[in-house]
Ligand binder design. Sequence first.
Ligand code: CA
Length: 246
Amino acid sequence: MPEFVLRVGSRSAQGMRSNNEDNLVVDVRQQLFVVADGMGGQDRGEVASAMAVDLIPRIVHARLENHESADRALLHAMLDTNKAIVDSGRSQPEGRRMGTTAVVALFHDGQVYISSLGDSRAYLVRGYDVKQLTVDHSVAQALVASGALTVEEARFSPYQHVLHKFLGCAELNGATEVSPFTPQVGDRLLLATDGMTNHISEEDLRIGPKLHPDPQTWVDLLVQKALDHGSRDNVTGVVIAFEQAP
Ligand code: CA
């Protein structure tokens, strides 16, 4: 098994919005990375995504210290953060409740553990292969999965941005998953909010790491591309490069 050095680039852009409800964390010590896209009236979306990037690393750390396995630690971090956001919302009047997406990657003992709620995504770029590792928890995607809509119809569905699973979801009932993969030297992992993923192509992901091996350079270009392509949303990405240790 190769020894890896992880190099990481990250950027979050407010874009044309009056505030930035996206948040990210690059936790180098734990090799844990989170991208979150908050939802809610007034400033509540920002509060929810800030809670996610604050709580998830702290809960993972505490549970790993307590000798839990990485997948259980991450699973519980998602469930406990969900509960914290639901509880925090309960103290607020209706209309000030909140939620957030979160896509998380944890590199631990040679494996990468991915968990996601909402429609922020993780992509693995390996050589010229691009693989989306997460499923969008949007109503439109659920209708595609059940055969009610085609992929093309879903792109224009009013339900494309309606989420049925996210952090801050009172009816989550433990419904979240953690899936691991074994990284290879040269892999690029991208975590991104929909403000980015709606405005970049699979070709951008396939070619980008070859043209821009430095992860910070590449994520800067991806953010700029999404903005240049008319993203009116906040745009956020984290790129993790798995390189051979010297
Ligand atoms: Ca967004």
